[in-house]
Design a protein around this ligand. Structure first.
Ligand code: NAD
Ligand code: DAU
Length: 339
């Protein structure tokens, strides 16, 4: 079987490719990626020369490129990770988020319809549900929670989800959607909280916590997310949405303190900076459905996953030193310079 993975040069997509190729060596994996600032070909070094892997550079919004690839490769399964993913960048410039996340998803769906692809899976996010109040720890996002987005990023992802449902209902595209909580692990671009704090701490730089650091995120080790997607592809029902999360809520400040402890760095590196506009207070997934219907449970606890992740960044400097030396410097200055 041929599996097309879009956005596979990014964080979760690359981890999914490694996971899939290890567990399904009989399959061919084709990765379509535009290689934006967030995509890194060196991430895929370990699989690049394998006979059952192929990398194709391209934009999911480019209909001709996408259709040519489907015509040539006949994928039976398409898993869409390709997206603009950083909330702060979406506040700074929303239009590319609309383009890739909404129009790009629609282009892939159109190709699935045209070529009769057996299964399309949309990798979505818990951010489509908006946020939960800090003082109501009893509330969780279920698959029935209404979409109520905060940022241009989450709005574009919610729009994409609706497009997937429309293609399923109207054209019969065999599509599933997963909405996962915050991931962490190796190969995450260092604009996101955990790798940013780990890299700054390793370099004895300030650790910029937004607001009071009391916002809550529900963290999941990336491999557990990959396994959830595998189960949805194998046993999930087309037309269905599956929430993915492991009941692992942490305040941002506690995550940053843990990074300091693990790296034996002083907490005096922590600096409180201006809050994110429209900052979602709390995300918390109710994973009952995927647990009951597909038997999924996370396998990595947060402390172990964090130890493994922090060690990975400490031991793979060549991976991130290339990234933080380029355009990232400009980005960092713009986002944090006068914050
Ligand atoms: P990422 O930013 O690390 O990687 C995105 C990848 O998509 C990059 O390789 C980039 O080059 C590629 N890409 C961007 N625009 C493209 C385009 N127009 N055409 C082709 N490729 C393009 O993202 P990530 O954190 O790995 O997230 C992957 C998916 O998972 C996204 O859809 C995101 O919304 C979703 N998600 C992420 C998280 C998280 O915590 N990171 C949690 C839940 C869901
Ligand atoms: O919930 C899933 C989502 O998680 C994904 O859909 C997104 O693609 C992914 O980026 C992530 O969104 P967040 O906004 O939650 O992630 P981020 O790492 O940007 O921020 C996590 C929290 O940490 C958030 O409350 C903001 C805060 N933060 C972030 C950065 C980068 C800081 O306090 N300081 C920082 O420098």
């Amino acid at each position: 079987m041929t599996v097309l993975v879009t956005g596979g040069a990014g964080f979760i997509g690359s981890n999914f490719i490694f996971y899939w190729m290890e567990n399904h060596p009989e399959d061919k994996v084709v990765c379509l990626d535009k290689l934006t600032y967030a995509g890194n070909l060196s991430t895929l070094k370990a699989v690049m020369d394998k006979p059952n892997f192929q990398f194709a550079k391209g934009d999911i919004c480019d209909k001709e490129r996408v259709f040519d690839l489907f015509r040539a490769e006949h994928p039976e399964v398409v898993v869409n990770f390709a997206a603009e993913t950083h909330v702060d960048r979406s506040i700074d410039g929303p239009s590319v988020f609309l383009q890739t996340n909404l129009f790009g998803t629609a282009t892939l769906l159109e190709a699935c319809r045209e070529f009769g692809v057996g299964r399309y899976h949309q990798v979505s996010t818990d951010e489509v549900y908006g946020d939960l109040p800090l003082e109501r720890p009893d509330l969780f996002f279920t698959e029935e929670t209404p979409l109520y987005t905060s940022s241009p990023y989450s709005a574009s992802k919610a729009g994409a989800d609706l497009m997937v449902q429309a293609y399923h209902k109207t054209f019969g595209v065999q599509a599933t959607i997963s909405r996962c909580s915050n991931n962490y692990g190796p190969y995450q671009f260092p604009e996101k909280l955990i790798p940013l704090m780990v890299l700054n701490a390793l370099q004895d730089k300030p650790l910029p916590v937004y607001g009071e650091g009391i916002n809550i995120r529900d963290w999941l080790y990336v491999k557990d997310h990959c396994r959830a997607i595998e189960l949805i592809l194998q046993k999930g029902k087309p037309g269905e949405i599956y929430n993915v999360g492991g009941h692992n809520e942490r305040r941002n400040i506690d995550v940053v303190r843990l990074v300091c402890t693990e790296l034996r760095k002083p907490e005096s590196l922590i600096t409180y900076v201006a809050d994110r506009k429209g900052h979602d207070r709390r995300y918390a997934i109710d994973p009952e459905k995927i647990h009951k219907e597909l038997g999924w449970l996370p396998e990595t606890n947060f402390e172990d996953g964090m130890k493994r992740t922090i060690r990975w960044y400490a031991e793979n400097r060549e991976w991130w030193e290339g990234i933080v030396s380029g355009e990232y410097q400009e980005y960092y200055k713009k986002m944090y310079g006068s914050r």
